[in-house]
Design a protein around this ligand. Structure first.
Ligand SMILES: [Ca+2]
Ligand SMILES: [Ca+2]
Ligand SMILES: [Ca+2]
Ligand SMILES: [Ca+2]
Length: 265
C-alpha cells in the first residue's frame, strides 16, 4: 500500500471538502411559464350550485361544462341569484389565499430567479367592486372606482433554459367587462408599449362573462440579456378600466404554451 505523503493527503482532503461543499447544480429546467395568481377559476373551489346571470344564455350553472372550474366562456357567479352580476347585488367575493393577499401569489416553471418586483396577485380572485369590504384592498384609494388591476413580471431565465427568438404567449383571464372603455396596457423594459383591445361582453349580450385575452409577444419584447448572458424578463400589465364598477381576474401569465393552461388541468 502506497503511503500518502502529508502534502498529498492535504490536497486529497481539500478535494473532498470542495466536493462536499459544492452543491450539485439543480437539473436545468427549461422555462415554461411565469404566472401571477393561480389557475383556479377565481378561487371558487366548489362550483356546483353557482348560477350564472340571466342576461345572455338564460338561467343555468356558472360552470357551464361542470368540470369544477370557472373558465373562459363561462360566467362569474350570480351569488345572490338576483339575475345579474354587479356591484349592487352582493355578488362581491374575496377568494384570495394568504399568499395572494400578500402579493406573493406567483410562480414560475423554469426561472432562475423571480425578482421581488414581481407582483399583482392581490388583484386576483377578488371582485373589484366599490361596495367591497376588504380591509387589505390592492388599490391605495380603497374600493372606490377606478380599480385598475396592475401586474408586474420581473424574472430571470438562465441562458440555455430558453431558446431566443420564439413567441411568448400572453394570457390574461378576467370577468365581467361591460362598461367601456377598457384596454390592457403592456409595458416592457426595452420595447415599445402595446395596447390590447378587449371586447365588451355586451357585444355578445352576456353578463358576467369570463374572457381570456391572449397576445403573441416577441421574445425581444419580453427579454433582454443581462450582464451574465442570462435572460431578464420584464413586463408591466395594466387593466385600464376606469368606468367599470365590477371586474375580476383569475391570473395573468407569460408562457411558451399557446393554450390556456386551465383547459389542460
Ligand atoms: Ca368549467
Ligand atoms: Ca347578483
Ligand atoms: Ca363589469
Ligand atoms: Ca386565481
Amino acid at each position: 500500500m502506497v503511503k500518502l505523503s502529508t502534502v498529498s493527503a492535504i490536497i486529497l482532503a481539500s478535494f473532498l471538502v470542495v466536493a462536499v461543499l459544492t452543491p450539485t447544480p439543480a437539473a436545468a429546467e427549461p422555462f415554461q411559464w411565469v404566472r401571477i395568481g393561480d389557475i383556479d377559476g377565481f378561487g371558487f373551489s366548489l362550483t356546483r350550485g353557482l348560477v350564472r346571470p340571466v342576461p345572455g344564455v338564460g338561467p343555468g350553472p356558472a360552470d357551464t361544462n361542470d368540470n369544477g372550474t370557472l373558465e373562459p366562456d363561462e360566467f362569474l357567479p350570480d351569488l345572490n341569484a338576483d339575475g345579474g352580476v354587479w356591484f349592487r347585488g352582493d355578488d362581491n367575493f374575496d377568494n384570495r389565499s394568504q399568499a395572494e393577499r400578500a402579493n406573493t401569489g406567483h410562480a414560475c416553471q423554469g426561472c432562475q430567479d423571480v425578482g421581488e418586483a414581481t407582483g399583482g396577485s392581490r388583484w386576483t380572485d377578488l371582485a373589484l367592486s366599490p361596495t367591497a369590504t376588504a380591509s387589505d384592498w390592492p388599490d391605495i384609494n380603497g374600493p372606490a372606482m377606478p380599480n385598475s388591476a396592475a401586474f408586474i413580471f420581473d424574472f430571470t431565465v438562465a441562458r440555455g433554459d430558453i431558446t431566443p427568438g420564439g413567441t411568448i404567449f400572453f394570457n390574461l383571464v378576467f370577468g365581467d367587462y361591460d362598461i367601456d372603455p377598457a384596454v390592457v396596457r403592456l409595458r416592457f423594459a426595452n420595447a415599445a408599449p402595446r395596447i390590447l383591445r378587449i371586447p365588451n361582453q355586451q357585444i355578445r349580450g352576456l353578463d358576467g362573462l369570463i374572457q381570456v385575452r391572449t397576445a403573441n409577444l416577441r421574445f425581444d419584447e419580453v427579454f433582454t440579456a443581462d450582464a451574465d448572458g442570462n435572460w431578464h424578463g420584464r413586463a408591466v400589465v395594466i387593466f385600464d378600466a376606469p368606468a367599470d364598477p365590477f371586474t375580476a381576474f383569475d391570473y395573468v401569465e407569460l408562457s411558451l404554451a399557446a393554450e390556456v393552461a386551465a383547459l389542460s388541468q
